[in-house]
Ligand binder design. Structure first.
Ligand code: ADP
Ligand code: MG
Length: 572
């Protein structure tokens, strides 16, 4: 027979498990939501695999999820006949956490141990399968990958190690059995072998799951027939969820909570979304879309390797898990599903990219998302500010990628400014505050707010109470150049070229003094220009400075230092 191997969880996984075993969540019910969500994903994957690979030896005839309980043994099993996992996959997917940012998160968790609520922090991450260890003292997972003959049995008590062995004769798919913790006081409330409890959790968290979730339930005794002996209790298999696609239902009919649970299923996020966007296209090209703006940015938002995109369905059947053609890259934080009725079930990524109707749909989705953000900005400035802090930096990329929506994107900007150190401003607000005779929207880019505040460039502007935008994102340098102006006002870097800040009166006054100064300093300037000719084009007198003796100014179309850095980082 095959040997049983004992392996160690990866360090990060071990730490997360510790948190689960000593359960930090007050709501333990969600472990079942996670198991059902994984089972549902596995069924989606199997159907996709059979569509793509005609040679795959797999049974896709009765795809479903089954829940079994045994009150005496105190076990609960969630079973699916989906894609399953190979032995290597079990080690990789269950034994480790591959998500980028895990180490950082755990570091934060350790720091927050006693003070801040670790629950909040861990909620940013989601622990999926590991949630089972909140309620189970031991978890057994058996699985066979579709198309393979051998299966795998995995078992762990959540403490550092797990055992794994290869076993024959397993059905296709995965079964996860929880050996529930012994009953304690809580258990009167949380008996996870009770039929009503399972029903309640499935209804609450997983009703929309597209696959049937079945359970054998006690059959109501037949109405007493005369003189008959009391009937043996019998069971019947029932489907616990309605399986109704949320995106196909009228918005008014779906509760906030249902939307939230659906969001958690598609996004693998544990928090509620910030905004729900539902839309429907009718006519020649029918589609439904249900999109979500998350409430917080994921750790890997700027990680190029992360797979992204909306889920693509054709008439309720998922045909792509990460369809990145439906939205531009700068909206990669949006989650959700699109159900397009007229696509072919086995459409390829390449054809999708060229499909004219998809292009039309994509334009509408983008418009709708940006419009929603605009409304949020107008109607709820506080919430929009939160959104901006999470996703503003990504949204700005749109100014480089999406010329069609430049106008709208500019309206969505919130930029730090010297007007108010605490609150960023919109460009429209800046323009409203512009002083009489102010010729441009002034900005300065730099690595940090402090660097900008302390820059000699800003002195004259501060002295004259001109507002200056303090732009610190690397992408800022690029978009301000590209965009050039807002509402007819040019965007002007105060580190470049000559900026005329003087009034007519001051000018006349200054004229005479300057003529004198020029005479007085001519030889010094000439000498400096010569002495520094390797590094500078010209040394000239300036009216910009108030306290610093000198500053370096770029020519109008020079590359700024941050831009130089950005280009270097991009390998140019
Ligand atoms: P997530 O679902 O967010 O990826 P989980 O911890 O819930 O994280 O699951 C980790 C991985 O284990 C899944 O991504 C999936 O690849 C695999 N997995 C879990 N449950 C199943 C299952 N029932 N069938 C097939 N694979 C599964
Ligand atoms: Mg999961």
């Amino acid at each position: 027979s095959n040997p049983v191997e004992t392996l160690e969880f990866q360090a990060e996984a071990r730490q997360l498990l510790q948190l689960m075993v000593h359960s930090i969540y007050s709501n333990k019910d969600i472990f079942l939501r996670e198991l059902i969500s994984n089972a549902s994903d596995a069924l989606d994957k199997l159907r996709l695999a059979t569509m793509r690979d005609k040679d795959l030896v797999a049974d896709a005839s009765d795809l479903h999820i089954a829940i079994e309980t045994d009150p005496e043994q105190r076990t609960l099993t969630v079973r699916d006949n989906g894609v399953g996992m190979s032995r290597d996959e079990v080690v990789e997917l269950i034994g480790t956490i591959a998500k980028s940012g895990t180490a950082e998160l755990l570091q934060k968790l350790r720091e927050a141990q006693d003070s801040a609520a670790p629950q909040e922090l861990i909620g940013q991450f989601g622990v999926g399968f590991y949630a089972t260890f909140m309620v189970a003292e031991k978890v057994t997972l058996t699985t066979r990958r579709a198309g393979e003959t051998d299966g795998t049995r995995w078992e762990s008590a959540g403490e550092g190690t797990y055992t794994i062995e290869t076993v024959a004769d397993l059905p296709q798919g995965t079964a996860v059995t929880l050996h529930l913790k012994p009953a304690d006081d809580d258990d009167r409330l949380f008996d996870y072998t009770a039929e009503w409890k399972i029903r309640q959790i499935v209804k609450q968290y997983s009703d929309f799951i597209a696959w049937p979730i079945r359970m054998a339930v006690a059959k109501p005794a037949p109405a007493d027939t005369e003189g008959a002996e009391p009937a043996e209790p019998t069971t019947e298999v029932q489907t616990l969820n309605s399986q109704r696609a949320l995106w196909a239902r009228p918005r008014a009919e779906v509760s906030e909570e249902e939307y939230h649970e659906f969001y958690k299923h598609v996004s693998h996020d544990w928090r509620n979304p910030m905004e729900i966007i539902s839309m429907r296209g009718e006519g020649t090209f029918e589609y439904e879309a249900l999109l979500f703006i998350p409430s917080q940015a994921p750790f890997d938002l700027f990680n190029a390797d992360t797979r992204r995109g909306l889920q693509l369905y054709v008439k309720r059947v998922q045909i792509m898990e990460h369809c990145d053609t439906l939205l531009p890259n700068y909206l990669r934080f949006i989650r959700g599903v699109v159900d397009a009725h007229d696509l072919s079930l086995n459409i390829s990524r390449e054809i999708l990219q060229q499909d004219r109707q998809i292009q039309v749909m994509r334009r509408r989705l983008v418009k709708k998302v940006l419009q929603t953000l605009k409304e949020l900005k107008t109607n709820d400035a506080e919430r929009y500010l939160t959104f901006w802090q999470e996703f503003g930096q990504v949204l700005k990329e749109g100014l480089l990628e999406d010329a069609d929506n430049q106008e709208l994107l500019l309206e969505l900007l919130l930029l730090p400014s010297t007007h108010d150190a605490e609150r960023p401003t919109s460009l429209a607000e800046y323009v409203e505050r512009m002083k009489d005779g102010q010729s441009s929207i002034f900005y300065l880019t730099g690595e940090s707010r402090t660097m900008i505040e302390n820059s000699p460039h800003i002195e004259a502007f501060r002295a004259r109470e001109y507002e200056v935008l303090a732009l610190t994102d690397p992408v800022d340098d690029v978009w301000v150049e590209r965009v050039g102006e807002f509402a007819g006002q040019p965007l002007q870097s105060i580190a470049k070229g000559q900026i005329d800040l003087e009034t007519e009166e001051e000018k006349q006054q200054a004229e005479s003094t300057r003529a004198e100064q020029h005479k007085e300093y001519a030889s010094l300037l000439e000498w400096l220009t010569k002495a520094l000719s390797e590094d500078l084009k010209e040394v000239r007198l300036s009216s910009r400075l108030t306290t610093s003796p000198a500053c370096i100014v770029g020519a109008d179309h020079d590359v700024t230092p941050t831009m130089e850095k950005l280009y270097r980082a991009m390998g140019q």
